[in-house]
Design a protein around this ligand. Sequence first.
Ligand SMILES: [Zn+2]
Length: 287
Amino acid sequence: MCSPRLMDQVYGRISRRSVFKGMGAVAVAAVAAPATAQTANAAPGPGGSIVDLTHVITPDFPVWPGARQFEMRPIAQIGTGSSSLGSLDLAPTSVFYKNELRLDEHTGTHVDAPAHASPDGITVEQIPPSDLIAPVAVVDISVRAQDDPDTVLTRQDILDWESDHGHLPDRCLVALYSGWDTRVALPGAFANQDRAGVQHTPGFDPDAVDFLVRERDIVGLGTDTSSIDAGRSTNYGAHLAALGAGKYAVEILANLAHLPPSGATVMVGAPTHAGGSGGPCRTLAWF
Ligand SMILES: [Zn+2]
């Protein structure tokens, strides 16, 4: 059973948020009492929920300022004979539909492999599968973020989470929930740049990341913003501390509001292109 306080937080967070434009499908199963087990669960229990933490990528999905927008070009259309690939060209009409993609690896909901910020770090295909399924701790700084887009998740926020929910589970993923995911459909609001081009978005305080990698047992970090570092950061201390310690990050998560602070399990569907610095990843959670 879960505590009344936990249920208040679960239902309170869901009821505050009802519109999620442009995001992946949200849980459809009835909300059940979240599991209290502090380990990854293989699947949701009876009556449990599955939450899609993945945004839908479109050509106008916000990207890091200056990065290439996502592009998708059809290279075979059923029945048109317009395929440009090999033997399909010879067919009077194509039997298949398919596309060619062009994108920055760090587009949409995506993983940062340690190699993204660490010369000795592993690349994306090398992230161990055992690190990609983990209990997820959701640390909610959304109230602060409404008033202060530069707010950061601090060591004290983690200690406060632990006083409410117990010690962080071993091998967990710590996810920053700021409410930023609702901004992807608002032009300019996701990067939230000022006139000088500086982004004002929440992130992890590098000191908090240092604490997590040294004094807790995490597999990685997550955030609903475009970076685990605050947008105004110029030294990328959160990236260097996390990726430098061999942890991965999942950025631009959706729907964290639908997870309980404790008790959910996450699966990060990291891509496997050899030598990659990261890439879009279907990310699901259940509880
Ligand atoms: Zn990234």
